[in-house]
Design a protein around this ligand. Structure first.
Ligand SMILES: NC(=O)c1ccc[n+]([C@@H]2O[C@H](COP(=O)([O-])OP(=O)(O)OC[C@H]3O[C@@H](n4cnc5c(N)ncnc54)[C@H](O)[C@@H]3O)[C@@H](O)[C@H]2O)c1
Length: 253
């Protein structure tokens, strides 16, 4: 896919990895649909892109809401005319142990709300945006590329029942959609980042972060620009589909 002049929607574009992907693709000449639940953050991303003569439009949307996602993708079509690619990057963490037991007494358990909040944004949000994005690409007839941002945690991680399950879910959608959507010339790929320095990881406990950094074979956290480069690589290579790229400095066992 030629990135220059392509219309690319990015969820979670308000900050962190989504913003870095947006900045990078704008510098390659893409026309961006910036999607996020947080208007103030989106406006910062938009201003940064415009200050470098990039092209983008802003869409405030909760990806977990079917009506908002449907309206957003209809607005993308109306304002930008077509959709060539979608990067599903919006995500949240609500970490906690399944149960906490002290001296035989149950102290705490992961609430259904804590479970559901993460599943709603990370998994249902990816499903809804993927569905609407794929419909636009298929109807446009020009094909396209969908990239789901999963995580190293998809293999399972202590304290992350909700997050790990959601990220395993979006990884399975990569394979499912790649098989279903190939007939519409739509490729689907996933990226499983390890640990990147963003606001999301800044919220991790310092001791957990220190342990994590020590465990990374290359010795450093990932940089958002490295993820953005990987997105570019996937978009450009028309033979990549149905697979996950592990971008984790060797962290996955
Ligand atoms: N940072 C990491 O180390 C890391 C590692 C593996 C995977 N990831 C994944 O990469 C993605 C981006 O992570 P990040 O570190 O940039 O996080 P971040 O918290 O910095 O940014 C996430 C963005 O998603 C947006 N968002 C949250 N809920 C939303 C909703 N309901 N609707 C629309 N937008 C919503 C937020 O407003 C925010 O702008 C996430 O899917 C995350 O799970 C991150």
């Amino acid at each position: 896919m030629d990135i220059n002049h392509s219309v690319i929607a990015i969820t979670g574009a308000g900050r962190g990895l989504g913003r870095a992907i947006a900045q990078h693709l704008a510098s390659q000449g893409a026309v961006l649909a910036l999607i996020d639940v947080n208007r103030a953050d989106l406006e910062v991303t938009e201003a940064e892109i415009r200050s470098r003569d990039g092209h983008c439009a802003l869409f405030v949307c909760n990806v977990a809401s079917e009506t908002e996602v449907e309206a957003t993708f209809a607005a993308v079509k109306e304002q930008l005319g077509a959709l060539h690619s979608l990067i599903n990057c919006a995500g949240i963490l609500r970490d906690g142990m399944l149960i906490k037991v002290k001296e035989g007494e149950l102290q705490e358990k992961m609430s259904l709300a804590q479970w559901q909040a993460v599943i709603d944004v990370n998994l249902t949000g990816t499903f809804l945006c993927g569905r609407e994005g794929a419909a636009l690409m298929a109807q446009g007839g020009q094909g396209g590329v969908i990239i789901n941002i999963s995580s190293i945690a998809r293999a399972g991680n202590i304290g992350q029942s909700n997050y790990a399950a959601s990220k395993a879910g979006v990884a399975s959608l990569v394979v499912t959609w790649a098989r279903e959507l190939a007939r519409h010339k739509i490729r689907v790929m996933g990226i499983a980042p390890g640990v990147f320095a963003t606001d999301m990881t800044a919220a991790m406990k310092p001791e957990a972060m220190a342990r994590m950094q020590q465990a990374i074979p290359v010795g450093t956290l990932g940089e958002a620009a490295q993820l953005a480069q990987t997105v570019q690589f996937i978009l450009a290579n028309d033979y990549l589909s149905g697979r996950m790229i592990e971008l984790d400095g060797g962290l996955r066992i």
